[in-house]
Design a protein around this ligand. Structure first.
Ligand SMILES: Nc1ncnc2[nH]cnc12
Ligand SMILES: [Zn+2]
Length: 322
């Protein structure tokens, strides 16, 4: 088994990449009591709803452009150190607004972090603006409008994350129309907390080229065939799914079944320190627990690059590195 895979990640939330030690340092700096989101040096939550609430509290510890530049650069340097050549970061302008930094400062800090990591290591990265479902349809539409007019060449995609049980995809479809018209790549969290119907809704109403998670599509054989026919790429995050109890253990996780059925899948970490994971660990799990051969792991990395929201010249350069 190879251990030095070239790696690609399409699905990691920027605040979800904050190591607990950094969050604690930020809390001390801003005089925030960490007791409501951390215990014994770890993020503390018991279920998906609490996880989302803790995520938002951790996000509120990053308050300046410099805070975001440091967080972004640190995560990308870590990725580069384990052989990652490309990363897409899921970012929410709402978090910038909510701490008073504003969306522009928030994206500027993240962009600075991306540029300095690229200078130091060569790692390529892009920004996927996301609406947070639990902040309501208006805020998701505002996030799409922001992404559509951003003019920042690093902003190449639009996503929707957050509490999947809030509303139906139809309530948020307008946001995706705005992003599609602006030429952004589309991906959406679905089939994580909610069942196969949420993936079908996403395909019907958003027509995304990728889906965040999507693993619960396995509950509907016709839907699995539809994903195969469409070539939709699932950004699968196994460690996250186990930590959030979408599945009780890796043995019950459908990654292998989806791959064998011909669904295009790739491997991601989602919010690594929240789930005691890392992209490196997710790759390791693919080889060990899921039993993928080296060639199959490389094929998933290739799938990720084929589905990446980058221009064709950048894609060709990245594919050439595999
Ligand atoms: N796994 C996840 N699902 C939905 N929203 C999220 N935000 C951060 N991580 C998330
Ligand atoms: Zn996610």
């Amino acid at each position: 088994m190879k251990t030095d895979f070239k790696k690609v990640e399409l699905h990691c939330h920027i605040e979800g990449a904050a190591p607990p030690a950094l969050a604690l340092a930020q809390a001390a700096r801003y005089g925030v009591d960490p007791a409501s989101f951390m215990a014994d040096g770890r993020y503390a939550w018991r279920d998906f709803a609490e996880f989302i609430a803790v995520y938002d509290k951790v996000a509120a510890l990053f308050r300046t452009e410099e805070d975001y530049a440091l967080l972004t650069e640190s995560y990308l340097l870590e990725l580069a150190s384990v052989g990652t050549i490309y990363s897409e970061l899921i970012v929410s302008p709402d978090h910038g607004d909510r701490i008073g930094l504003g969306a522009d400062g928030y994206i500027a800090g993240i962009s600075d972090g991306i540029r300095s990591a690229k200078e130091k290591t060569g790692i390529e990265a892009r920004i996927i603006v996301t609406g947070e479902r639990h902040f309501g349809a208006d805020s998701v539409i505002a996030a799409a409008e922001y992404a559509a007019r951003s003019g920042n060449p690093l902003v190449t995609g639009f996503n929707m994350a957050g509490e999947e049980r809030m509303g139906r995809v139809a309530d948020y479809a307008r946001a995706f129309d705005i992003a599609r018209e602006a030429g952004l790549g589309l991906t959406i969290h679905a089939g994580e907390v909610c069942g196969a119907f949420s993936v079908a809704d996403a395909l019907d109403l958003v027509r995304p080229s990728r889906i965040g998670h999507g693993v619960r599509a396995i509950e509907d054989a016709d839907l699995v065939r539809r994903l195969v026919d469409l070539g939709t790429v699932l950004e699968v995050c196994p460690g996250s799914n186990i930590a959030l109890s979408v599945y009780p253990d890796f043995e019950s996780h459908p990654l292998r079944q989806l791959f064998d059925a011909g669904v295009r899948v790739c491997i991601n970490s989602d919010d690594p320190p929240f789930f005691d994971t890392s992209l490196e660990r997710e790759y390791h799990l693919a080889s060990t627990v899921f039993g993928f051969s080296d060639a199959e792991v490389d094929a998933m990395t290739r799938t990720a690059l084929e589905a990446a929201f980058v221009d064709e010249e950048t894609r060709a350069g990245l594919l050439a590195q595999l």
